[in-house]
Ligand binder design. Sequence first.
Ligand code: KIV
Ligand code: ZN
Length: 503
Amino acid sequence: MAKDDKVLIFDTTLRDGEQAPGASMNSKEKLEIALALERLGVDIIEAGFPVVSKGDFDSVKNVAKHIKSSMICGLARSLKKDIDAAADAVKGAKRPRIHVFLATSKIHLEHKFKKKPEEILQIAVDAVKYARGKIDNIEFSPEDASRSEKSFLYKVLEAVIKAGATTVNIPDTVGYATPLEYGQLIVDIKNNVPNISKAIISTHCHDDLGLAVANSLAAVRNGARQVECTINGIGERAGNASMEEIVMALKTRSDFFGCSTGIVTKEIYRTSKMVSKATGFVVPPNKAIVGANAFRHESGIHQDGILKERTTYEIMSPEDVGVPAHGGLVLGKHSGRHAFKDRLKALGIDVFDAQIDIAFERFKNLADKKKQVFDEDLVAIVSDESKAFHQTWILKELLVTSGTNVAPQVKIVLESKDKSFSKESSGDGPVDACYKAIEAVTKCKAKLLEYGIQSVTQGKDALGEVTVKVSVDGKNVIGHGASTDIIEASAKAYLNAINKAIV
Ligand code: KIV
Ligand code: ZN
């Protein structure tokens, strides 16, 4: 493929993705995700909106310091203070970028800014010039571009490119466009903006009508060479274009698009899981590429076809996106420590020695309860144990009495700094009783906002993974816990959230 057929992947999970209601992530989680995005081969990481808060600023700075190969971008409105903050936050990056935006649609001009088009044009040009005075790599977004008057949009794009913008992004901010229209908009921009060859055209599509991926691909087909997207498609309202869908569509249908990306697709599944965990947003089972059912074949006819020749019903292989191989059976109760360690290594999980002992013991207990231990089980127990390793409070014992005509009662033993604390409690149900006991021991006033449970693999003996969102002192934190006993998993998740809040 020719050099200019490379499509740059601009990931905005840490910025637009975090704008999804309830998806806020802490600085540590953001750095872990940024490192995963780098492993994934993302070209540009939009790490945040630095002017918004000190937390955002510090987190962008932290990502900029640690990421070596991906470019790091900070978002800014067309205001000096925003641009100053973005420039300061990304300046430690090997390859920094500032992304400046300003709305250009009539609706925004009249209702948001109460300004005339000429004034907006001047503000955009001044902002790009100011940003360019700080950093060479500047992206400009005319917000709500898809609803802007085309003649005005062309004027703005020509002027900002002249002022120094190296990428021009065309946001479908409210997810209003359709693929034919949006593709045509890219063609029209190429034909009507005289200096367009001096900049890369980028897409940024929202999913309000479920068309974000289709619109982005229509833009690529018509000449856009940067796609803005997020892992699992998370983002403002209905979300952004989903990265895994864009990348796999370009790869699987390279015959149609004639383009490639630099994404290491085998890292997709792992990164999707990580983002789901950090945000507490569960991936629906039918989600393309990363959903639990994306590569499962239920119908007998399909299964028969797959056994005869995989390509009868599979257009991509699960291994290509890092989904654990079919069956995924890895270890049983006779497997030794060596095999356990080797398997973790193959899954790309680094566990230091002190943790291995605990994780191995946990695996043996699980293998006793469960006939088959899958890769997903290993990932769940190791992440559970590595959480426990750094926690102030650890669950040591849990005794639950509950039934149809019995008031739920629990006895819980927690450990902190080698001391044990126990508490008995009743509640509206066993989970409520557990949470009351945990609050009493930790002396933490927490409020449960959301509770969700998912099985890690299939079958009645599967590990249950509980995710909770808890508010502690006005701060929302996400907690996870896994166990074959769902009450224990619930207790661990709550404790994990409280531990995070304490930190
Ligand atoms: O949706 C949008 O328009 C944005 C811009 C800031 C690019 O997120
Ligand atoms: Zn957006």
